[in-house]
Design a protein around this ligand. Structure first.
Ligand code: DX5
Length: 220
C-alpha cells in the first residue's frame, strides 16, 4: 500500500489561535495542513484568504494545501502559491476551463489536485488526469465540518484509484469529509491513502496526537 497521509483540515480550529493550532498539529505528527478556502458563493460558508495562510506559513515547515472552494480559482492561483501553498486543489465544478486552470497551477510552480463534489462523476476528470498530482473525492457536500460521511462515495474512490493507477506518475487519492475511526477503513479499502480530517481530530477526547495515531493505525 502507498503510505497513508493524515492531513488535518484547520476549519474546526479556534481561529483566534490559528498559529498555535498549526504548531500543535505539527507536534501531533500530521503530514500536511489543509486550508479550506471558502468564498461564500461556491459553498455557503466563508473562511480564510491568502493573508491568513501566509501568516501561518512562518510557524511551521509542514506543507500547505489549499482546497479552493471558490468560484473563480484562476484569479487566485498566484496568491495562494505566494502565501506558501505547495499544492492547490481545484474543484472540477468551479471553472469552465478545468484543463487550462490546472495547467496554470503547474505553471505557477505548485502541485495540483482536482476535487469532485459528491454528485460529480469521475468521468469529469478522465481527460485531465495527466496533469494531476492528486484526486480529492469529497465524502461530504463541502462547506462545513462535522457532517456525516457519504459511504456511497466509496465506489467513486475505487474508480479514482483505478484511473490514477492507469498512469505511471504518482497521483494521490485523497478523501475529505466525515473521516473518523468509524469511516477510515471503508475509505482506505476503497483506495484512499491521503486522509483529510477535521472534527474527528479536533474533537478527539484524547487529543490531537492520539487522534492522528488512531487514524493512522486503522488505515494501516
Ligand atoms: C468541508 C471541508 C472539509 C471539512 C472536513 O467543506 O472541505 O475539509 O472541514 O471536516 P470533517 O472532517 O469534520 O468532516
Amino acid at each position: 500500500k502507498q503510505n497513508i497521509l493524515v492531513i488535518p483540515s484547520v476549519l474546526p480550529a479556534d481561529f483566534s489561535q490559528l498559529g498555535n493550532a498549526v504548531v500543535e498539529l505539527e507536534k501531533a505528527g500530521v503530514d500536511r495542513i489543509q486550508w479550506d478556502v471558502m468564498d461564500g458563493v461556491f459553498v455557503p460558508n466563508l473562511t480564510f484568504g491568502p493573508d491568513t495562510i501566509a501568516s501561518a506559513r512562518k510557524v511551521t515547515t509542514l506543507g500547505f494545501e489549499a482546497h479552493l472552494m471558490i468560484v473563480d480559482p484562476d484569479q487566485y492561483i498566484e496568491k495562494y502559491v505566494a502565501a506558501g501553498c505547495e499544492l492547490l486543489i481545484i474543484h472540477a465544478e468551479s471553472t469552465r476551463h478545468l484543463h487550462r486552470t490546472l495547467g496554470r497551477v503547474r505553471q505557477a510552480g505548485a502541485k495540483v489536485g482536482v476535487a469532485l463534489n459528491p454528485a460529480t462523476p469521475i468521468c469529469a476528470i478522465e481527460n485531465v488526469v495527466d496533469l494531476l498530482d492528486l484526486i480529492l473525492i469529497m465524502t461530504v457536500n463541502p462547506g462545513f465540518g462535522g457532517q456525516a460521511y457519504i459511504s456511497t462515495m466509496e465506489s467513486k474512490i475505487s474508480s479514482a484509484y483505478e484511473l490514477a493507477n492507469s498512469f505511471s506518475h504518482e497521483i494521490e487519492i485523497e478523501v475529505d469529509g466525515g473521516i473518523s475511526s468509524s469511516t477510515v477503513e471503508g475509505a482506505v479499502s476503497a483506495g484512499a491513502r491521503t486522509l483529510v480530517a477535521g472534527s474527528s481530530l479536533f474533537k478527539h477526547p484524547d487529543g490531537l496526537e492520539a487522534a492522528v495515531t488512531e487514524i493512522r493505525n486503522l488505515a494501516g
